[in-house]
Structures are given as structure tokens and as C-alpha cells.
Design a protein around this ligand. Structure first.
Ligand SMILES: *Cc1c(COP(=O)(O)O)cnc(C)c1O
Length: 360
């Protein structure tokens, strides 16, 4: 069995230890005589799985007691609609446009009220995070929205926007659990799990209790109300049981490593190895402003399309897969989420050095 180094932006690598445990438990989960894929979501055994997953996530992120954790479906993209449907009271929200995902969320919010783009980095292909220290926040804005890590462009917020007292909502699909988060800075955090946590099909929302409303318009679909999901403890209907179980295994893996402070150190080390190489290479260079660089997604280019294509082809043959950049940016992108071992990044950099030497 040869496993590749998978630099995909998502779905992406999972920790090998977690995959092995899932394989070992596939036919008989802890003496239940069944796979987690087969069991009732109303069973005692699954109840333990989801409760334990929630507890471990709460431990990892230090989630305060006045926040609910919801296990949802529909992808991060469904939250683009759920957020304005649930949080727009005055019908106004301010969006900071730092890439395609933020833009999609903004476009979706326009369907439900007045969404205002208060800042954007579209002028330079989203290669930086705009200054958000003094934005024209609307007096009656219900929330300010950010995409915390921009998966496609490789930027992330190092300083949170000054929301002037408004609630902050963040899409953390591509950097949740990569480093500690101060949950109290946010009214709502949500993330699709397929980038940095588990298999596709689960979205987790962490929401401050007082933002869960029971006075929503009749027209809001039952399934999209946070209230429905919160009241039913994420079991209003059948959830993605197996996906939640896998997320739970990843939470345990993170705890066994020493939690998010430790994970952050490892991620800084990995990103440092790659950025340091890019900063010194004569052939490859990073594409975003240094101070806004993501720890998770590292886009880079050479000066030639031909060379980019040759690099991607040869890297793939050598077992470094999914390095092609997003179609809107071109070039290359290495996504180095939690599950990518340090060794994977070291070997990639060795390969890049060789490629550079052979293609002078
Ligand atoms: C991948 C991604 C999404 C879209 O996720 P889906 O689950 O496919 O809807 C949204 N936001 C960010 C930041 C992402 O990286």
C-alpha cells in the first residue's frame, strides 16, 4: 500500500491513525456488532458518539457554556443562506469580501436583506486582507461577516475586524482546529469539516445561545432554523452519523497530540518550511502579502505556465498530489492541513529544490 502526500484543498488528508482506527472498528463498533454506518441515530451507542464528539470539541476550543454546538448538513455553502435567515433581524449585514467564499456568502445574503460589502481585496485578486480597523459598519447591522481563512487565495485574518460592537460571524471551514480560537470573540462560527476535520457531509456551527431565535418568519425552512437543531440536540432528523463519528476520532487525535497550542506549533513549523523555501527560491514564489499568509493553504507560482504544468505533472508522478492551484488563480497550491505530516512538507520542498536545479 502506497499512500501519497495529498495536498488537496478539500476533501483532504485525514490522520493515518484515525483511518486505521475507523478501519479496525468498521464491522463491529466497540462490541455493538455493527458499523457506525448501520446504527440508529436514536441508539444509546450513537448517543455516546455524538455527545463525546461534542465534549471533545468543547475541550479543544474551550467553548463557553453559553454556546451551542450544532452538527448540521448541507455543506458550508448552505450556511451562506442559513446565517442571514437566522441572524438578520434589522435586515442588514456587513460583509468583508476576501475571496470567493466570502463573496458567495455575500451574494446569498442579498436574497434575505441588505448585505453591504464594507471592505474587499478583489482589486488585487484577493492576495491580501484589507485593513478592517475602521470600517463603515452600519448602525443597524445585525452582524459582520468574515471568511477567516481564504482557502483559494491563501490568506487569513491575523487581527479580527473592529466590528464596532456588532456580532462577528466567521466561516472557519479551512482553518478550524489549526490553532486556538477565542470563541467569545464571535457570535457564530461555522465550518464544513472536509478541509481540516473529517469526511465531507458534516457542518459544525458554534453559536451563542442568545442568537438562537424562536421568532423567525414562517418562511424560514424548519431544517435551516438553528432553533430546530438546537432544541433537538442535532437529532431533529437523521444526521451524518458516520461523519460525526469520524470527526470525533479526529478530536481525540488532536487531544492526544496535546491540543490546539501544540497543533499550532506543528502548523507553524510546516508553513515556515514551505514559505522559507519560497522566499529564497529563484524559480518559485508565493502569491500573497507576507503578513496575511495562511498557515493552511500556500499558493505559489513560477514565471511560466509551462513550468507550472511540468512541475505539477512531475510532482504527481513522485507522489505529491493535488498541487494544482484553484482554476481562478492558476499556478500551484499546497494545502497543509493538520493531517499533513511535517515530513510531507519537508519532502515536497526537497522535490521543489531538485526541480529548480534540473530546470535552470
Ligand atoms: C470549501 C469551503 C466552502 C464550501 O464548502 P462546502 O461544504 O463545499 O459547501 C466554504 N467556505 C470555505 C472557507 C471553504 O474552504
Amino acid at each position: 500500500m502506497a499512500r501519497v502526500y495529498n495536498f488537496s484543498a478539500g476533501p483532504s488528508m485525514l490522520p493515518e491513525a484515525v483511518l486505521k482506527q475507523a478501519a479496525a472498528e468498521m464491522l463491529d463498533y466497540q462490541g455493538s456488532g455493527q458499523s457506525v454506518m448501520e446504527m440508529s441515530h436514536r441508539s444509546k451507542v450513537f448517543d455516546n458518539i455524538i455527545k463525546e464528539a461534542e465534549k471533545d470539541l468543547r475541550d479543544l476550543l474551550n467553548i463557553p457554556d453559553n454556546y451551542k454546538v450544532l452538527f448540521l448538513q448541507g455543506g458550508a455553502s448552505q450556511q451562506f443562506a442559513a446565517v442571514p435567515m437566522n441572524l438578520m433581524k434589522n435586515g442588514v449585514a456587513d460583509y468583508i469580501i476576501t475571496g470567493q467564499w466570502a463573496k458567495k456568502a455575500y451574494e446569498e445574503a442579498k436574497k434575505y436583506g441588505k448585505a453591504v460589502a464594507v471592505a474587499s481585496s478583489a482589486d488585487e485578486t484577493f492576495s491580501y486582507i484589507p485593513d478592517c480597523s475602521d470600517l463603515p459598519i452600519d448602525d443597524d447591522a445585525d452582524y459582520v461577516y468574515i471568511c477567516h481563512n481564504n482557502t483559494i487565495y491563501g490568506t487569513s485574518f491575523k487581527t479580527l475586524p473592529n466590528t464596532k460592537g456588532k456580532i462577528l460571524v466567521a466561516d472557519m471551514s479551512s482553518d478550524i482546529l489549526s490553532q486556538p480560537v477565542n470563541v467569545s470573540d464571535y457570535g457564530l462560527i461555522y465550518f464544513g469539516v472536509q478541509k481540516n476535520v473529517g469526511p465531507a457531509g458534516v457542518v459544525i456551527a458554534i453559536i451563542r445561545e442568545d442568537l438562537i431565535r424562536d421568532d423567525l418568519p414562517e418562511s424560514v425552512p424548519t431544517m435551516l432554523k438553528y432553533k430546530t437543531q438546537a432544541d433537538a440536540e442535532s437529532l431533529y432528523n437523521t444526521p451524518n452519523c458516520w461523519g460525526i463519528y469520524m470527526c470525533g476520532l479526529v478530536f481525540k487525535w488532536l487531544k492526544s497530540l496535546g491540543g490546539l497550542e501544540q497543533m499550532q506549533k506543528i502548523n507553524e513549523k510546516k508553513a515556515g518550511i514551505l514559505y522559507n523555501f519560497l522566499d529564497n527560491s529563484k524559480m518559485f514564489r508565493g502569491t500573497v502579502r507576507k503578513e496575511d499568509r495562511s498557515l493552511m493553504n500556500v499558493p505559489f507560482v513560477t514565471d511560466s505556465e509551462e513550468l507550472n504544468a511540468k512541475f505539477i505533472k512531475e510532482a504527481t508522478e513522485a507522489g505529491f498530489v493535488n498541487l494544482k492551484g484553484h482554476r481562478s488563480v492558476g499556478g500551484m497550491r499546497a494545502s497543509i492541513y493538520n493531517a499533513m505530516p511535517v515530513e510531507g512538507v519537508e519532502k515536497l520542498v526537497e522535490f521543489m529544490k531538485e526541480f529548480e536545479a534540473n530546470n535552470q
